[in-house]
Design a protein around this ligand. Sequence first.
Ligand code: ZN
Length: 242
Amino acid sequence: MKILVMSDIHANINALETVIEDAGKVDRVWCLGDLVGYGPDPNECIKKIRSLKNCICLMGNHDSAVLGNMDMEAFNRDARLSVEWNQKVINPENMNFLKNLPEKHVEEDVTLAHGSPRNPVWEYILDWQVAMNNLDFFETSFCFVGHTHIPVIFQLTEEELGSQLQILSPVGSVELTGKAIVNPGSVGQPRDRDARAAYAIYDTESKIWEPRRVAYNIAEVQNRITKFGLPERNALRIADGW
Ligand code: ZN
């Protein structure tokens, strides 16, 4: 089975549509959360995800914040203003869709979570230590997460001197082995200094993880961010990937 794995759309419909088209024919879509926040197109993105067949979508921290389930102190100013704008424009039907998103999902020997298996909505797995501490929190071989907007593979392999956690940068396809925590990066707001939308294709038979990048029309998204009066930084950062 070929699966499109993506995360952190952040209300960027140009990036989302480009990724779906670039991925081509897939059997399943796994979306790891944060459909909304930052970008200008929350309703369009939710509608697109709802229209996909065989798609499982998780709850992200921005989705949860828009629903009013989060202490807004935890958000920076731009994120908070974006959440408040989202709350005004998202229609009731789409709000209801967000409300019913699960925090975790297990399928095909993979655990899915937005942030981490230990704290699905909030925890960032940014380094070796945090990845290591999370290994005991999922029973499947692999765990796919988003949230950091940075593509990465933490892979635990058995060596002669005991097990070892390797950090692989996502260049080229990798066969996942042992136990691994894997992040496809962000569709709508990459933060690894590469402005192209990030996603991955995972093959459940071969266990091959194929990271991908695709360019999309950033200027159109920036124009709408400005038009709707969203924070200027939301427009600036998507051009440079930060
Ligand atoms: Zn995010």
